[in-house]
Design a binder for this molecule. Structure first.
Ligand SMILES: [Zn+2]
Length: 111
């Protein structure tokens, strides 16, 4: 689908024509520039993967919440150790997801 980018805030709009104003920042229609077919295809292709990365980061946040409950529970030292290790791993995975998404943005695989 044809895409348009707001030159003020970067919002990407899907449509045959640009919107009347930017839904995110309110910039007028004239601030939208057409995105090339090549870049549009790249954005389309990466949307699914980007969503999976965001889902993974969300799940790691849930893992950290569970681990913090387990740490507070303090049943015995091996349990606390396991929860601490899992929380640290989940945090590291979130950081890797962020780095990967930053790479996608830098290559135009975002929008
Ligand atoms: Zn905007």
């Amino acid at each position: 689908m044809k895409k348009w980018r707001c030159q003020v805030c970067g919002f990407v709009f899907d449509g045959a024509e640009p919107p009347g104003k930017c839904p995110k920042c309110g910039a007028p229609r004239e601030k939208f520039e057409a995105i090339s077919d090549e870049v549009s295809a790249l954005i389309e292709k990466s949307r699914y993967t980007n969503q999976l990365h965001m889902d993974l980061s969300y799940l790691m946040e849930r893992v950290k919440e569970v681990c913090h409950k387990g740490i507070e529970d303090q049943l015995d030292p091996p349990c606390v150790q396991l929860f601490e290790k899992a929380a640290a791993e989940a945090h590291q995975i979130q950081q890797m997801v962020k780095a990967e998404l930053q790479g996608h943005m830098n290559k135009g695989k975002w929008g």
